[in-house]
Design a protein around this ligand. Sequence first.
Ligand code: UT7
Length: 332
Amino acid sequence: MRAPCRARCVAVGAAVPERRLTNADLAGMVDTSDEWIVSRTGIRERRVVDPGTPLSALAEPAARQCLERAGVAAADLDGIIVATISGDHIMPTTANLLQHRLGATRAWGYDLANACNGFIAALSTAAAFIEAGRAKRILVIGGDIMSTLVDYQDRNTCILFGDGAGAVLVEAGPADGPGIFGFELHSDGSGGGELMIPSSGSARPRTAEALAQRQQYVKQNGRTVFAAAIRRMAEVSESLMRTLGITAADIDLLVPHQANLRILEPTAERLGIPLERVVINIERMANTTGGTIPIALNDAFTAGRLVAGSRIMLVAFGGGLTWGACYLTWGR
Ligand code: UT7
């Protein structure tokens, strides 16, 4: 009989473009100001790719850095899951292209689209494969090239997003060892219209008319999404904490999806987690959608804040509407 195991997160890597798009740059493009953006969102700048750079070009260095830190060869991967809404193409998926770029000759791969909650959803999928005994090592990537999906004529949305990718290696470990202790995931499709890209699939193909109406870009009802994000991120974290029988004292690092500093601060406060235990990089990275959590994990790792044994709560909310949380202890 197969020995029970726990899926564990053993290494992280990330890659963001060199190019910085500052609030001052945006103020030259739309009617906004550095003061408005900083006071309403906490964002000072975001990274954006040179036009034509696909997601796989950021996912590859993120993946290589993660594998190197883990001491694992690409050929030893069983699977690759890329959480994104802006992959290189709908078909082939970015995971397939990445499998080839990395030389992960044994690995299957597919993309998973769940917007800002994509990384947690992909992590839960990888953990389920591993704990079912169907894989030993899965690379989970979260990343987006949001600069291809935002309308740089729309001040309501273009200030919020940036580009970047991060990778986490998930592997099988002993059932009584460190790793993933639980997930909680939710959806509420009734709120689908609150945050959407109207012309991005079969419901509204990208006809000349749709493009002329700029329907290929992110549209958001900011206030509604803002209120729902604050409520749901706290709620799902509290619910998972109750399920696992843990308190704020059992969380060394809260790693939330980075959508708005005015969402992160009240979430941490409601959970009773002081800000020095929250990973916040929104001022430099903005919202990279699928990328926010693994990029924040990478920032915490390079700053020496994420170490073997760190007890971490991940939490996210985004378009769908969809939200989720995950509690884990880091490392082998
Ligand atoms: O990733 C997960 C999903 N996304 C989020 O979680 C984002 C959630 N929403 C938000 O973060 C905030 O709602 C925003 C940052 C998008 C907007 O902040 P807000 O404080 O909710 O502003 P608002 O939408 O209530 O707009 C206030 C005013 C409006 O003007 P009027 O109608 O009061 O005259 C907007 O037109 O600010 C105006 N405004 C701007 N002004 C300058 C909106 N965007 C800008 C801008 N610069 N960039």
